[in-house]
Ligand binder design. Structure first.
Ligand code: PGA
Length: 259
């Protein structure tokens, strides 16, 4: 079975609890007719907005994710949040290793690996982000960079676990810049990620793992991106902050996937 389509909104440091609730209330009717077999829909608000959004999304097809999780269960880790805390808050997914965490907050492949394991132990579904910088792409080392991130990030995981993961390929130069990778360019990289997964974890894991594209995905390019055979959805920043643009993007992604 090929991977399913998964569209996740990464709200980053945007939306208070009241604003998040309003966004989800506006989104729900716009996507009510979409079944999970067409697309899994996820929103990832900031920690303090989670409870309000979980409440607003209850009973709908909109699922909720957090933007980070700590690798320890509890302890003296000021400002960190554990997987059990997220689980208790009603969260199902968690973004791990976003390039902004790697760039500004010292995230490494080793900490990504610890966070993934903690999330899985609490039955949270990780959305694991990887991606190269512009200098790395121009230097011709994209594949090497992604392989290093994957090898370190997924270390110690078995094939069945990897097959159930969501990866988000997000070229750093495309995030928030309006510069999207062309569908062909993104597909080439997704194919390379999938073959790396096949070589490390086997063909079945490579087939079922969800590989999202992220980086200036919008309603007008979602169809062409998701029409690519190895692009299984998107991790969306800016375009996920408004209900109508996010709903339109999801519908276009579904159209693209159907071919
Ligand atoms: P963007 O962000 O869609 O605003 O480029 C994507 C992301 O960082 O997840």
């Amino acid at each position: 079975m090929a991977a399913k389509l998964v569209i996740a909104g990464n709200w980053k440091m945007n939306k208070t609890a009241a604003e998040g609730k309003a966004l989800v209330e506006a989104l729900k009717p716009l996507v009510a007719d979409i079944c999970p077999c067409q697309a899994e829909i996820i929103v990832c608000p900031p920690f303090t907005t989670l409870s309000a959004v979980v409440e607003a999304a209850r009973g709908s097809n909109v699922k909720v994710g957090a933007q980070n999780v700590h690798w320890e269960k509890n302890g003296a880790f000021t400002a960190e949040i554990s997987a059990d805390m997220l689980k208790e808050a009603g969260v199902e997914y968690v973004i791990i290793g976003h390039s902004e965490r790697r760039q500004y907050f010292g995230e490494t492949d080793k900490t990504v690996n610890g966070r993934i394991k903690a999330a899985l132990a609490a039955n949270l579904k990780p959305i694991v982000c990887i991606g190269e910088t512009l200098a790395e792409r121009e230097g011709g080392v994209t594949a090497k960079v992604l392989e290093t991130q994957l090898a370190g990030g997924l270390e110690g995981l078995d094939a069945a676990t990897v097959g159930n993961l969501i990866l988000a390929y997000e070229p750093v130069w495309a995030i928030g810049t309006g510069k999207t990778a062309t569908p062909e360019m993104a597909e080439e990289t997704h194919k390379c990620i999938r073959s790396f997964i096949a070589s490390k974890f086997g063909a079945a894991a490579a087939k079922s793992i969800v590989i999202q594209y992220g980086g200036s995905m919008k309603s007008d390019n979602a169809e062409a991106l998701c029409a690519q055979p190895d692009i299984d959805g998107g991790l969306i920043g800016g375009a996920a902050l408004k209900a109508d643009s996010f709903a339109e993007l999801i519908k276009n992604a579904i159209t693209g996937r159907k071919g």
